[in-house]
Design a protein around this ligand. Structure first.
Ligand SMILES: O=C(O)c1cc(C(=O)O)c2c(n1)C(=O)C(=O)c1cc(C(=O)O)[nH]c1-2
Ligand SMILES: [Ca+2]
Length: 708
């Protein structure tokens, strides 16, 4: 079902490691090789300039959209926030059905980076999705009704979530999960396999060993346990979540996946950085047994949130004169890895973006040559890449036609600090443990951060490392995996993070990528010359895909801002700053029209704040507690993905304690926090918010007066 259609040229398919997507797009990544490449060439470099709007579908939500839709049998299947599934007529956009997994809003807290979902899987009339709460749903593709549901989470007290796309092996559905950045570091990452027909449990592979003294669930963990050093407590020192990048290679019957960071980041009890297997590793397991075939650790003793979960691409490459079937990854840690798919042998590891945490990778040992600069335990360091990664979940694309990999790279460092040692008022930050990683972007203001985080380096000093290059930017890079170098590149945003999109390439010699500013760019795949730009008015983070129905080739992409960007104010450059953050599926065709713009964003006015009698000390404590527990999702005084808490209406003020401590708004996704904040904390947070509202209200009233 994944073969290219006869009416489409497929010039480079000999270099692909799996049948290429054509009229249909049956897997999230287009094919089992995960190339995000299509053999369709009706839209090509000679006519792409006439590409325009065909149809769109408003998904009814306003958060991050990260999935790539599938098209099978004329129907588009895709997922949105919480794991909602949509089935649409792929020619018209008419909704056939929508499936709501009915996730308890309390689970929203477990998602470090928004309640996103990265896609569905399809086989023989059934659609599979992982909902945000880690349940696996098999849905009848005709009716949209559940066939079976399996709860894949082993411990509901720990902050597990699931955001990645599931994969299908010959007879199983395989699911990963998330949560290695939050809580106190108590959860263990794992993947699990479930019978594709019945949903019955088959096997589970843990990525880190159990606590010392506990029995190993499978033999690989005995070896992993030896790499943790003598002082691991095992209760809080874990990690290794598989939150994206699950791949299945039918030829070797292997599942290839990456594991997330170790948690917490700074956890060494004896001052020594231990490897801590299998954190930040690439692993291949036998799809039948779940037993490990090989592993390669990208970032031993990961202290930088360098999850190795970025999506994999399988390809046939000639390396050093030898034909090889390889697995490639542009890792969060800034290195582009090429490994032999069968054996896991490391073939190359080269920086595809600016890197200063390691000097390189020793190909003989496979180990990175970690620099002193990477050690932020004693003083803050601007470490490249940032915790967001040199490349993250946004799909890269491999064109077997050009032999190039198109990487949406994040060329940014982050000021990492040990909060316990830096003299700030805060020593713990939810989502970062006792570290923090601050982007030195155009808005970076060390003076404003000093009370809470302690002294931080001045921007001018950081700039000296790379004069003339913005400290935060995003760059689309065409990477030659054989010559191991950049062939062309385009800066897609700079100054502040653009949260630009994933990539699609096609046999029409085209590369498609959306940007945070709402534009969809189409490039010549060989040269990088821009062919066409379409303004959509919607922030695009996800990757486009393409399909053909009734003789017409379409390009589709999901739009919506959120993901890890939920933590920060929406950047003024984002389309979601000027316009409503409408979650839309946007579809294009040759000769199409202009895209209808979403409504303009309207900020609610500041209402008069409730009376406040609070000491400056209480307000400062409120700022600390807000930063520690609330700022992962909420912003103040500026557009955000979730409500701006400096503009609360009277009814929210009246029930503030019940919302935070009793979950009064849990059905809307605002979880209760009574296990981490006390009533006194909530009073302090509320005082801080009222004070923020007072400042906003006063500024608004003076502006009104001035304009009269
Ligand atoms: O370690 C983890 O469990 C985990 C999970 C997730 C996630 O599930 O979205 C992200 C991260 N880490 C992470 O480090 C990260 O930068 C990130 C960005 C995003 C996103 O969707 O934009 N998710 C995640
Ligand atoms: Ca992580």
């Amino acid at each position: 079902c994944t073969s290219a259609r006869a009416d489409t040229p497929n010039t480079g398919a000999d270099r692909a490691a799996a049948p290429t997507a054509g009229a249909e797009w049956p897997l999230t990544g287009g094919d089992t090789a995960g190339t995000w490449y299509s053999a369709l060439a009706d839209i090509n470099e000679t006519n792409a300039a006439t590409l325009g709007y065909a149809w769109s579908y408003d998904m009814g939500t306003e958060r991050g959209q990260e999935a790539t839709p599938l098209v099978v049998g004329g129907v588009m299947y895709t997922s949105g926030v919480w794991g909602n599934v949509y089935a649409l007529d792929a020619a018209t956009g008419a909704l056939l059905w929508q499936y709501d997994p009915e996730v308890d809003g309390q689970w929203g807290r477990n998602a470090c980076c928004d309640v996103v979902n990265r896609g569905v899987a399809y086989r023989d009339g059934t659609v599979f999705v992982a909902s945000e709460d880690g349940r696996l749903h098999a849905i009848d593709a005709k009716t949209g009704k559940a066939r079976w549901i399996a709860d894949t989470i082993i411990n509901h007290k720990q902050p597990y979530a699931s955001t990645g796309a599931v994969i299908l092996t010959k007879d199983a559905v395989v699911i990963g999960n998330a949560g290695a950045d939050i809580g106190d570091g108590d959860l263990r990452g794992y993947i699990s396999a479930w019978d594709i027909k019945t949903g019955a449990f088959k096997w589970r592979f843990f990525t880190v060993p159990p606590a010392p003294g506990q029995p190993f669930e499978h033999p690989e963990l005995a070896m992993a346990a030896k790499s943790w050093g003598p002082n691991r407590d095992g209760r809080t020192q874990n990690g290794g979540t598989v939150w994206d990048g699950l791949s299945y290679d039918p030829e070797t019957d292997q599942i290839v996946f990456g594991t997330g960071n170790a948690s917490p980041y700074l956890r060494s009890a004896d001052g020594v950085r231990h490897d801590d297997l299998f954190n930040a590793s690439i692993i291949a397991v036998n799809a039948q047994s779940g037993r490990m075939n090989w592993y390669y650790q990208t970032t031993p003793g990961d202290e930088w949130d360098y999850d190795a979960v970025q999506k994999f691409v399988f390809a046939n490459l000639t390396i050093a004169g030898q034909p090889r079937r390889v697995v490639m990854q542009a890792c969060k840690n800034g290195f582009f890895y090429t490994l032999d798919l069968k054996t896991g042998k490391l073939l190359s590891a080269d920086p595809f973006t600016y890197v200063n945490w390691a000097k390189g990778v020793d190909l003989a040992t496979g180990r990175p040559l970690v620099t002193e600069h990477a050690d932020y335990s004693k003083s803050p360091k601007n470490v490249y890449p940032s915790w967001a990664g040199g490349h993250t979940w946004n799909p890269m694309s491999f064109s077997p036609q050009t032999g190039l990999v198109y990487i949406p790279a994040i060329d940014a460092g982050n000021v990492l600090l040990n909060m316990k040692a830096n003299g700030g008022s805060l020593t713990h930050l939810e989502g970062f443990f006792s570290s923090d990683g601050i982007f030195p972007d155009d808005l970076y203001d060390p003076a404003a951060l000093k009370r809470v985080f302690g002294p931080l380096p001045a921007k001018d000093d950081l700039q000296k490392e790379r004069p003339g290059v913005k400290l935060v930017r995003e760059v689309l890079r065409a990477w030659d995996p054989v010559a191991r170098k950049v062939v062309w590149e385009r800066v897609t945003s700079q100054g502040v993070r653009g949260y630009d999109g994933g990539v699609l390439s096609t046999a029409g010699n085209l590369v498609f990528q959306g940007r945070g500013d709402g534009s969809l760019w189409i490039y010549n795949a060989r040269t990088g010359a821009p062919i066409k730009t379409i303004q959509t008015g919607s922030h695009i983070m996800a990757a486009p895909m393409t399909y053909k129905i009734g003789g017409v080739q379409y390009v589709a992409v999901q739009a919506g801002y959120g993901g890890s960007g939920i933590t920060f104010p929406i950047p003024p450059s984002s389309a979601a700053y000027a316009n409503r953050n409408a979650n839309r599926i946007l579809v294009f065709k040759l000769g199409g029209s202009a895209v209808p713009m979403p409504d303009k964003r309207e900020l609610p006015p500041y209402l008069p704040p409730p009376p406040l009698k609070a000491s400056p000390a209480l307000i400062a404590r409120g700022e600390d507690k807000f930063t520690e527990n609330c700022s992962r999702c909420h912003v103040l005084g500026t557009p955000g993905v979730t409500p701006d808490l400096s503009r609360l209406p009277p009814e929210v003020h009246a029930s503030f304690n019940d919302i935070v401590l009793k979950g009064a708004l849990a059905p809307m996704g605002m979880a209760r926090f009574d296990d981490v904040v006390t009533k006194a904390d909530v009073e302090a947070i509320h005082a801080y918010l009222i004070d923020q509202q007072r400042q906003g209200y006063q500024a608004q009233q003076s502006a009104k007066k001035a304009s009269h």
